[in-house]
Write a protein that binds this ligand. Structure first.
Ligand SMILES: Cc1cc2nc3c(=O)[nH]c(=O)nc-3n(C[C@H](O)[C@H](O)[C@H](O)COP(=O)(O)OP(=O)(O)OC[C@H]3O[C@@H](n4cnc5c(N)ncnc54)[C@H](O)[C@@H]3O)c2cc1C
Length: 390
């Protein structure tokens, strides 16, 4: 069967009203698009997901720290906090049910100098305001030493609820679940054109298949979860700069640490005030391998993923604040990822919007889905379902 006929079979027919099953196109096969495809299929919609690459999750979703965040850092009422807290609970339940490897290894946020203690107060207060789902403990230097002898701190916050997850296994199970519910996942299909139907009746979307030319199909609704491609996809329907926020790709590189991990928990410095990144930190993977990163490189050429070995000294210097025994020679360049940021000089929240008010009912844009987007993905998907049923 050709992709085109598969696609027609996956679609329902007729025009639908709010709350009824609809033909929904999800653009982007990263973790957010996959979570949306599963949730929309569960809600009874006929879902087609298109991904331009031959592999799902091969952009930002496979270039991150795989940390299950607890929702500590961001303004209490922001989507980043609320969807992170809700998404973490959903993610842990999903991982348990679907046997996705994960571990609640905990996280230390360390003050290494006395003048960083007020920053710990601020994080503690924000976590308390976020509610009981975001518990933090204040630890003395002695408590830190007892838990992680190689880590130097004058004081710290301990987040027992932070963990790590196998992001690829998570995405695989989302795909399996979505397909079991009838979703059609098309790889090597790029959205290249969109024409809104007359009278708000859906969208005629042109797909470029890697091996089969163009095809145009009609959908009742479109979820634009195209990550770094999301502004370009939004522009196809007329939502260009000035009408929706524009994403700025900001590079973050990682270095692996040779030998045994210096701690069996995640270790983060106190973040800098503008929150461009959380500060070069120690993360672990599920195999126990340690790495440092991501840093923040504002002027890197977009999507050049090379990790410059010359950054090693800067990494070592940043990490030695809390890992004093770290040797520069133990650091090896690893991978990098680009954050789709909406601002680089201030906090900017996730952008989730249905564009009915602009005459585009059923068109949902997801922009600025940087960290904690992996943690929040299942909550973002639940919100998308609400937006489409509103
Ligand atoms: C360095 C770094 C570290 C991070 N660490 C964490 C962390 O520890 N914990 C956490 O919770 N989050 C973390 N994040 C954030 C998390 O990785 C992202 O929020 C998440 O992966 C975003 O997923 P996505 O599906 O929106 O985007 P993507 O994974 O980028 O997926 C979008 C997909 O859309 C496809 N696409 C684009 N245009 C088109 C088109 N026209 N047609 C068809 N397909 C198209 C792309 O090929 C891509 O596969 C981190 C991010 C970075 C960069």
């Amino acid at each position: 069967m050709s992709p085109g006929s598969q696609l027609s079979n996956a679609q329902s027919s007729g025009i639908h009203t709010a709350g009824q099953p609809r033909d929904v196109l999800v653009v982007g096969g990263g973790v957010v698009g996959l979570a949306c495809a599963r949730a929309l299929s569960l809600a009874g919609h006929a879902v087609v997901l298109v991904e331009r690459h031959g592999l799902l999750g091969s952009e930002t979703s496979s270039r991150n720290s795989e940390v299950v965040h607890a929702g500590i850092y961001y303004p209490t009422e922001s989507l980043k906090t609320r969807l992170c807290v809700e998404g973490r609970a959903r993610l842990l339940a999903f991982c348990a049910a679907e046997r996705v490897p994960h571990r609640l290894c905990g996280k230390l946020i360390v003050a290494t100098e006395d003048d960083e203690r007020p920053a710990l107060d601020g994080i503690e207060a924000r976590a308390a305001a976020a509610g009981p789902e975001v518990p933090l403990q204040r630890w003395t230097a002695a408590q830190v030493r007892a838990r992680a002898p190689a880590v130097r701190a004058v004081e710290a916050l301990w987040s027992a609820g932070t963990g790590i997850v196998d992001g690829h296994a998570f995405m695989h199970r989302l795909r399996v679940r979505a397909e079991a519910l009838g979703a059609l996942v098309l790889l090597r299909h790029t959205v290249v054109g969109v024409r809104p139907g007359a009278g708000g009746e859906g969208y005629h979307v042109t797909l470029q298949a890697a091996d089969a030319g163009h095809e145009t199909h009609r959908f009742d609704a479109v979820v634009n979860a195209a990550g770094h491609g999301a502004n370009a996809v939004a522009a196809l329907v007329g939502l260009d700069a000035g009408r929706v926020p524009q994403q700025i790709p900001v590079k973050g590189s990682y270095f692996t640490l040779a030998g045994a991990a210096p701690a069996d928990t995640l270790v983060y410095p106190v973040p800098r005030p503008n929150l461009v990144g959380l500060g070069t930190h120690l993360t672990l993977d599920l195999g126990g391998r340690a790495r440092l990163g991501p840093d923040v490189e504002l002027d890197a050429p977009p999507f050049d993923h090379t990790v410059d070995p010359a950054r090693r000294a800067r990494f070592a210097q940043a990490a030695r604040r809390f890992l004093p025994a770290l040797r520069e020679d133990d650091l090896q360049p690893d991978y990098s990822g680009f954050r789709p940021k909406l601002a680089t000089d201030r906090f900017a929240d996730f952008y989730l919007a249905e564009h009915r008010a602009e005459g585009l009912p059923g068109w949902v844009n997801l922009l600025g889905i940087e960290s904690p987007g992996l943690t929040a993905s299942l909550a973002i998907a639940a919100r998308v379902c609400q937006l489409l049923d509103a």
